[in-house]
Design a protein around this ligand. Structure first.
Ligand SMILES: C[S@@+](CC[C@H](N)C(=O)[O-])C[C@H]1O[C@@H](n2cnc3c(N)ncnc32)[C@H](O)[C@@H]1O
Length: 306
C-alpha cells in the first residue's frame, strides 16, 4: 500500500488519480456509489454538453417543489450533444476501470452502484478492462419521487380541452424509479487455478450467504435494506449503511480492506468500520470529506450507537 494513503482514513483528493498510486492486488473489495452521469449535481456532470438547461430550474419546477429542484439532461436526446452523453460516460468509466482491476486481489469483487439509464456503459467499460460481470443486483428503495408529468396538464395549459380529455391518465417520463442496480464485477483469478485455490490464496472469491441473510431474509439478488431512523441527510446520493454492511459481509471477512474511491459522506466506510473491516475513502468535495470524517470519529460511533 502506498504510504501516502494509510488505512482507516478519508482522503480529500481525486479518487481516479489516487487509485493509480495504490499497490497492485492490495484491495479485497471496492464498494462504491460512483457518479451516475445523469446530472443530479455538478459532480455528476461527466460530459461536455453545456446546454443552458443543464442543472437549471424552470418556473414549473419551482412550482412543483423539492422533487423538481434540478434538471438533468433531457432523456430522449434532443440534440447531437445529448446523444453523445452515454458514450462520454463510458469513457469516464474507462478512465479508472483498468486501475480498479489492477489494485484488486484476484477473485475480489467490485460492487458498483450505477444509475439505471447508463449502467450498461459502466458494464461495458469494466468488461473491456478485464472484469467479469457477475450479476446485477437490485436495491429496492424505501421511497422514490415520481417525476412523470401528466400530459393532459400540458394540453390544459394550452386550453386544448379535447386533447386534455383524450390523453387523461397518460404521463411523460418514467415509471416510479424504485430500484437501483448494483453491478457485481469480479477480478478473474489466475488461469490454471480453481476458485477454491484462489479462496485459499487470497481469501476472496466466494460469498458469505450466512452473513448476508442476517440483513436480508433470503439470499436473493433483490436487496431491501433501507435507512435507519434519522440516518439520512448527509449527502444527496446517500446510501443506507445497513445495505452496505450486507454487501461487505457478503464478499469479505473481518480485517480485509474495503476501498471507496467516490466515498461522498463516507457511508461505505462507516459500514466497513461497523463490520470490522479496514477502509479507505477518496472524495473530491471538501465538505463531504468533513462529514465523512465526522461520521467515522470514534465518539460519533458511540453516540449514535452504530
Ligand atoms: C454518488 S456520490 C456518493 C455518495 C455516498 N454513497 C454517500 O452515501 O454519501 C458520488 C461522490 O463522488 C464524488 N466524486 C465525483 N468525482 C470524483 C473524483 N474524481 N474523485 C473523488 N470523488 C469524486 C462526488 O463529489 C460525490 O460525493
Amino acid at each position: 500500500m502506498a504510504v501516502k494513503y494509510c488505512m482507516n482514513s478519508v482522503f480529500s483528493c481525486d479518487g481516479i488519480q489516487a487509485v493509480r498510486e495504490l499497490e497492485e492486488s492490495s484491495i479485497h473489495l471496492i464498494l462504491s456509489d460512483i457518479p451516475y452521469g445523469i446530472g443530479v449535481d455538478e459532480w455528476d456532470v461527466l460530459h461536455s454538453n453545456t446546454n443552458s438547461a443543464l442543472l437549471g430550474t424552470s418556473p414549473a419546477q419551482i412550482r412543483a417543489g423539492a422533487v423538481f429542484r434540478r434538471r438533468g439532461k433531457p432523456l430522449n436526446g434532443w440534440s447531437e450533444a445529448d446523444r453523445r452523453i452515454p458514450a462520454e460516460y463510458q469513457r469516464w468509466c474507462e478512465s479508472f476501470a483498468g486501475e480498479w482491476l489492477r489494485i484488486l486481489k484476484p477473485g475480489a469483487s467490485a460492487l458498483v452502484f450505477a444509475g439505471r439509464r447508463l449502467s450498461h456503459r459502466c458494464i461495458v467499460a469494466f468488461e473491456n478492462a478485464g472484469f467479469t460481470f457477475k450479476d446485477s443486483l437490485a436495491w429496492l428503495r424505501q421511497s422514490a419521487p415520481h417525476r412523470a408529468q401528466r400530459i393532459s396538464m400540458v394540453f390544459q395549459r394550452r386550453r386544448d380541452e379535447a386533447n386534455a380529455e383524450k390523453w387523461d391518465g397518460w404521463r411523460i417520463g418514467n415509471l416510479r424509479p424504485t430500484f437501483e442496480p448494483i453491478l457485481w464485477f469480479v477480478k478473474p483469478y489466475a488461469i490454471g487455478t480453481t476458485i477454491a485455490d484462489n479462496v485459499l490464496a487470497y481469501a476472496v472469491g466466494a460469498f458469505n450467504e450466512q452473513a448476508f441473510t442476517r440483513y436480508e431474509k433470503v439470499p436473493d439478488n433483490v436487496l431491501r435494506s433501507g435507512f435507519a431512523k434519522g440516518e439520512g441527510g448527509w449527502h444527496v446520493a446517500q446510501k443506507p449503511v445497513k445495505l452496505l454492511q450486507s454487501l461487505i459481509e457478503l464478499t469479505t471477512i473481518p480485517g480485509q480492506l474495503v476501498l471507496d474511491p467516490f466515498c461522498g459522506s463516507g457511508s461505505t466506510l462507516v459500514a466497513a468500520k461497523l463490520t470490522g473491516r479496514a477502509y479507505m475513502g477518496f472524495e473530491v468535495d471538501a465538505e463531504a470529506v468533513k462529514i465523512a470524517r465526522e461520521r467515522l470519529a470514534p465518539d460519533v460511533f458511540e453516540v449514535n450507537g452504530i
